[in-house]
Design a protein around this ligand. Structure first.
Ligand SMILES: N[C@@H](CCC(=O)N[C@@H](CS)C(=O)NCC(=O)O)C(=O)O
Length: 268
């Protein structure tokens, strides 16, 4: 049995926070899921699985309306799922027997680091380093909130100047802080090795690169690209760090194909 099971729509950079961490510290993580569209016909449960046509009818009492990302969709979330996952979101992680639910991708990644701490110190060497890592995870979540609103609006075709402006400001604050943190010739955000702070950063920036696939829509609405072609010169250390991480053997399997695909859209 895996150390941790994660259920999510796939591919999802938030899930990669955990799978990248798992490669560093040799934790066995099982991933279950399918595309966001297909998850509408899945049972949302520790034992998540696709539902057969006849089950979709008989389980209609479980149908709950999605609110974030899957807005308005009827999702079949069991009572046990909601007991373990009170906010009902994915990625949703579970301990081995499914009773303990862990939610929020940063916390799921922390669970992996704690389970594998004897193998690799992804969560720092002491209370001070761990807390500095938490500082980066907290600011990442603040950025991620505005980024999520922006990306969902882009995918739903509802982006406007206010949503765009908030995301632009959030990115500027996030990237400036990271640029500052990397400025004294540091190769990682905390201490001397890769930690959860770097993994979270790489996954969040990869997720934000979904903007590259929406350039046409932004143009139509007279909005600029937040990740415009010159953004690398504005935050050179941030983008150099990102490039290093994407090429890393434990990040590459998840991030490289995804990032390369989005970069080719940006160029096209
Ligand atoms: N901050 C959360 C975001 C999770 C989230 O918002 N998930 C959305 C999809 S993007 C969801 O599961 N929605 C299900 C619903 O609305 O019922 C994380 O990092 O895990």
């Amino acid at each position: 049995m895996a150390d941790l099971r994660i259920f999510s729509y796939l591919p999802n950079p938030r899930v990669w926070k955990a799978t990248i961490a798992a490669r560093f510290c040799a934790v066995d993580v099982e991933i279950r899921g399918a595309s966001a569209k297909e998850l509408r016909d899945w049972l949302w449960d520790y034992d998540a699985r696709p539902l057969a046509e006849h089950e979709l009818q008989s389980l209609s009492s479980l149908a709950r309306t999605g609110r974030v990302g899957l807005t308005g969709a009827q999702l079949f979330k069991t009572d046990a799922f909601l007991e373990a996952q009170p906010f009902g979101n994915v990625p949703a992680a579970f301990g081995p027997d499914g009773t303990i639910g862990i939610f929020e991708s940063n916390s799921i990644m922390r669970a992996v680091a704690r389970l594998g701490e004897a193998t690799y110190p992804l969560y720092g060497h002491d209370a001070y380093e761990a807390s500095r890592i938490d500082s980066f995870l907290d600011v990442s979540l603040v950025f991620a909130r505005d980024a999520q609103i922006y990306l969902l609006a882009l995918s739903g075709g509802t982006v406007d100047v206010t949503i765009h402006g908030r995301a632009k400001e959030a990115f500027a604050i996030y990237a400036s802080g990271l640029e500052q943190a990397l400025s004294s010739r540091r190769e990682t955000l905390v201490g001397n090795g890769i930690t959860l702070a770097d993994i979270c950063f790489a996954a969040e920036l990869a997720l934000f690169m979904n903007e590259h696939a929406r350039a046409e829509q932004l143009k139509e609405r007279g909005l600029d690209r937040i990740l415009y072609p010159g953004v690398q010169d504005e935050y050179p250390l941030v983008f150099a760090h990102f490039a290093r991480l994407v090429d890393h053997e434990h990040f590459g399997p998840d991030l490289k194909p995804f990032v390369d695909k989005l970069l080719s859209k940006a160029a096209g």
